[in-house]
Design a protein around this ligand. Structure first.
Ligand SMILES: [Cu+2]
Length: 175
């Protein structure tokens, strides 16, 4: 009985849609199958919506990783920074490594005035051409130095009278 009823039910709409769809079949063939199974269509739309949400969530995670990577790249691209402490009469650390364009902060933790000067020759005990320098920094203050020098091994020194001889020297390896 049910089969017969369903069969009759199927025929009636299909007759209507066939007369109705005679025009639309030419224009949009997929409309008839979707119209015949509305549940399938809803499921498909729901699945598509879920997929879109999943993709959006994935993109959000990717953006976070991208930000982290960009920060790391900036640090390695010559925009790095480091701090050197100055006391009587030494730099800590005194064996620096830097990239061109890096910033060095010379922090005076001592009781006297000091400066951080980069000289061209690697032997800091002998005075050589000055390549870059902070101003003289008061005790308790700090000053920045940009490493705008050619790559290679150079020296660092405090040029205040007598400080070189007292051991306020070091090296800097510029990449
Ligand atoms: Cu000094």
């Amino acid at each position: 009985m049910r089969k017969g009823v369903e069969g009759a039910g199927d025929r009636l709409p299909s007759k209507r849609s066939s007369g109705h769809g005679a025009r639309s079949d030419r224009l949009r063939p997929p409309v008839s199958p979707f119209g015949a199974k509305p549940r399938t269509l809803r499921v498909a739309v729901l699945a598509a919506a879920l997929a879109a949400v999943t993709i959006a969530a994935g993109c959000g995670g990717g953006d976070d990783e991208g930000t982290t990577a960009a920060t790391t790249t900036g640090g390695g691209g010559g925009g790095g920074s480091q701090t050197v402490e100055m006391t009587e009469y030494e730099f800590v650390p005194n064996d620096l490594k830097a990239a061109e364009g890096d910033t060095i902060t010379a922090d005076n933790k001592g009781k006297l005035e000091h400066n951080l000067t980069i000289e061209e020759a690697p032997d800091a005990e002998k005075e050589s051409k000055q390549l870059a320098a902070t101003s003289d920094v008061q005790a308790g203050s700090s000053a920045d130095l940009t490493v705008n020098v050619d790559p290679g091994k150079h020296s660092i020194v405090c040029t205040i009278a007598g400080h070189r001889e007292l051991g306020m020297i070091g090296t800097i390896d510029v990449k």
